[in-house]
Each structure stands twice: as structure tokens, then as C-alpha cells.
Design a protein. Structure first.
Length: 419
């Protein structure tokens, strides 16, 4: 029997690490994520958010044994400095933190079965893991990538918003508080009440072809003004120190943007080359205009049907379980494009993706699987009064909040355009 040592290629822990790394780094968002640094001095934990990232990852659930934690996000300094010879001593401003409630839940995928007794059984299990890894990497990469997109729209990843009947967390869907649409000629109009989570009724009323207009250069001018003067979405920074926001567009919207004569004439080849050095953008088709790095995404950016009664099903393409892994139906006319800044999402990670195995029938049937315990959460901050209602959980089936709650979100938004 071959020797499966600690350093052997088929060691389960090594295979699990390869599975985790390959699956994670094959997602678009891995280049936009950073692990939160955690220090422990004399029993006191200090959390330091990763700089210049869209997703903050906190890997601190194992020791706590909880299904949710508070993830600290640093607030910018706001007080003015001192002038002239005024005394600086004693005028320091304390660093302030805001806390994002982050939930996690187990997520598993089985891949194959071996039936019947065999010789050298243990090595054959290792070999099965090795053979299954490419398929699992592809499945987990697609699934986690779409789970992140789903979080942007719905507030939580699918293992959190699924009902308890499906072993989800039963966390209520909370539609994005910064959901707007282009009303034409650069006018950016709110869906429902500004800076409140959206109800299905509000989305149904406002996201119609009679109101929503196509993307244009003027739309981006209006978005820039909205983001810098009202929503205060913090930008990412290029290696050269220039700020920008990521604009994920549906391909049909991207085509409209490319054909806009004002945007076409404004392209700066030198700056675009500098922007392309960012790891999340390198090698991708993109356009830069008025502070926005515009990237097409055919699956993650969801379309909605006009006046759809159930926008959860509409966003998912009619199928809650599998729709997020497929493009929206081409008949849907409203593109819900995504704008991302810093700290848009928080990821709680209790257990990294790893192989599992289970045997039944006295070891005669062996199933190879994979599992992780984690959860994605959109960076919405609620008042203490509303927090319990906004994060209502343990719903038996997937449920959408029917009440709009005031929420502070300074890291992302959705802008609907007509295709």
C-alpha cells in the first residue's frame, strides 16, 4: 500500500487546502477581498479591517462558537484640524468603529459514491478526492461567486436567506437601501424611500419601462454627484493613488455605454492602463468614465421583469434554487447594475472549504463531499431599535421584509437602467 505521509500529494489536509484556494481564487471577488487582522494582547482582541477592499473577511468564529458576530468597520475621521499656531496637543480625534452583524451557516456539496469493498480502500478515497477536485472547484467557484452577487441584492448569502425548511438560517431578505433608477437625462431617482430597505411593492411600482431609462454619460455624471454628495460611498484606490468605484453592468447596458459618443471620446489610454494593474480588473474588458470602472458581467448582474410581483423570483430568473447560477431571461427589460466601493460586504468564515467523507452499509458505500461554514452579509447598519426586525431570522421559507427600515450603507448601490 502506498505511503500517504504528511507531505504526500494525496494527504487529505493538503487536498482540502488546494480545494479551498482554487475555488476561492477562481471567483471574481477574491481579488477584492482582504482578511481582517486580529491581534490578542493580554486577552483583549483588536480587529483591524483590511485596507482598500470590497469584502472584509473575519475568520474568528471557531473559538466563539456562535452563528453571528459583530464585524468592526472603521469610520473616517470627521473633525477639522487646527490652523496656524493653535495647539495641536489634546485635539486628537478618537478612531470610531461601526459594527456589522455577520451571520454564518454550513454549506455542503457531495460529489460521488463508491460502492463495494475494495483493496487499498484508503488510497482510493484519496484518489477520488483528487479526481473530484476540478469539478468541485468549478462548482464552488460559480456558487460562491453568485452567492456574493445575491448578497448585494438581498442582504445575505443563500445559505443565510434560505428558509429553515431547507436548513438555511431563515434570515429575511432585505432589498438594498440604495436602490435607484436612471430617470433620463442624468436624473437619478430613488426606489421607495431613500436610505430605507425596499419592499417588493416599491420595486414593482418603480422598476417599470415607463420610468427607467437607458444608461448614458449624463447618468454617470449624476451618479458621481449622488455618491460624493449624498450616499458618501467610499471609493477604492488604484496603485497610482487615484480613486474609483467599480460599476458592474449587464452586457446589454455595457453595449449602450460603449456606444455613447461622450464616453467614447473621454477614454484615456494611459489612465486605463494604470487602472488595469488592479488585480480585480486585470485582463477584463472595461471602460473608465467619471470615476467609474465599468465591467460587464452576464450572470451576476440581474435583470428584472417589468412590474414583477415577486422580485425575489424575478432576480433569480424564476428559480430560487438554481436561477442565480444562470443568466436572467433575455425577455426581462430592467438591468439592476451594481456599484461597489470599500467595505461593501462582510464575510464571516468559521471553517474553510474542505473535503469530507461518509461511509454507510458498514463501510461498503463511501460518499465524498465538501463543506464550509461561512456567510456573506451586505454592509447595512440599522438603529438599535430596528436591528432585531431588520435581521429577523428562523423563517421557515424564504421571506422578504415587508416593512422598510432605515439603513446606513456607504459602500454600495444599485442603479437600474432600461435595456
Amino acid at each position: 500500500m502506498p505511503n500517504v505521509t504528511q507531505d504526500a500529494k494525496l494527504n487529505v489536509s493538503i487536498l482540502s487546502r488546494k480545494l479551498y484556494e482554487e475555488a476561492w481564487f477562481n471567483t471574481f471577488f477574491s481579488k477584492l477581498a482582504g482578511f481582517m487582522a486580529i491581534t490578542n494582547t493580554n486577552g483583549n482582541k483588536q480587529y483591524n479591517p483590511a485596507p482598500n477592499t470590497v469584502i472584509q473577511v473575519m475568520e474568528d468564529f471557531v473559538s466563539e462558537g456562535r452563528d453571528n458576530m459583530l464585524m468592526p468597520m472603521e469610520l473616517d475621521l470627521q473633525e477639522p484640524g487646527v490652523y496656524g499656531d493653535a495647539t495641536l496637543l489634546g485635539s486628537g480625534e478618537a478612531l470610531r468603529l461601526k459594527y456589522l452583524q455577520v451571520y454564518i451557516n454550513q454549506w455542503r456539496k457531495a460529489v460521488d459514491k463508491l460502492s463495494g469493498k475494495m483493496s487499498d480502500q484508503r488510497v482510493k478515497i484519496y484518489n477520488l478526492m483528487e479526481r473530484a477536485k476540478p469539478a468541485l472547484v468549478k462548482w464552488w467557484s460559480k456558487t460562491e461567486n453568485q452567492g456574493i452577487f445575491q448578497t448585494i441584492y438581498e442582504g445575505g448569502s443563500p445559505n443565510l436567506t434560505a428558509g429553515t425548511n431547507d436548513d438555511g438560517m431563515g434570515l429575511s431578505v432585505r432589498f438594498h437601501p440604495n436602490w435607484y433608477y436612471h430617470d433620463g437625462d442624468g436624473k437619478i431617482t430613488k426606489v421607495g424611500t431613500e436610505k430605507y430597505t425596499k419592499t417588493q411593492t416599491e420595486l414593482t411600482t418603480d422598476l417599470t419601462s415607463a420610468k427607467v431609462k437607458a444608461a448614458s454619460a449624463k447618468m454617470f455624471n449624476g451618479l458621481n454627484e449622488m455618491i460624493t454628495g449624498n450616499l458618501l460611498i467610499e471609493p477604492l484606490i488604484t496603485t497610482g493613488g487615484d480613486p474609483f468605484w467599480i460599476f458592474l453592468a449587464h452586457p446589454r447596458t455595457f453595449k449602450t455605454i460603449k456606444q455613447d459618443t461622450t464616453i467614447k471620446s473621454d477614454q484615456n489610454a494611459a489612465f486605463n492602463a494604470e487602472l488595469m494593474k488592479h488585480p480585480a480588473i486585470s485582463g477584463k474588458q472595461m471602460i473608465f468614465y467619471d470615476g467609474f470602472c465599468i465591467i460587464p458581467d452576464p450572470i451576476g448582474v440581474r435583470l428584472t421583469a417589468q412590474a414583477a410581483a415577486d422580485h425575489v423570483l424575478s432576480l433569480a430568473g424564476g428559480d430560487l434554487r438554481y436561477g442565480w447560477l444562470k443568466p436572467s431571461p433575455s425577455s426581462y427589460a430592467i438591468a439592476n447594475n451594481i456599484i461597489l466601493g470599500r467595505n461593501a460586504l462582510g464575510k464571516g468564515l468559521a471553517s474553510r472549504l474542505a473535503f469530507t467523507e461518509e461511509d454507510t452499509d458498514h463501510g461498503n458505500v463511501i460518499e465524498i463531499g465538501s463543506n464550509t461554514i461561512m456567510g456573506y452579509n451586505r454592509s447595512d447598519f440599522f438603529s438599535e431599535t430596528d436591528s432585531a426586525s431588520a435581521f429577523a431570522k428562523s423563517k421557515a421559507t424564504k421571506t422578504v421584509l415587508t416593512t422598510a427600515y432605515e439603513a446606513v450603507n456607504q459602500s454600495s448601490m444599485i442603479i437600474a437602467t432600461e435595456d
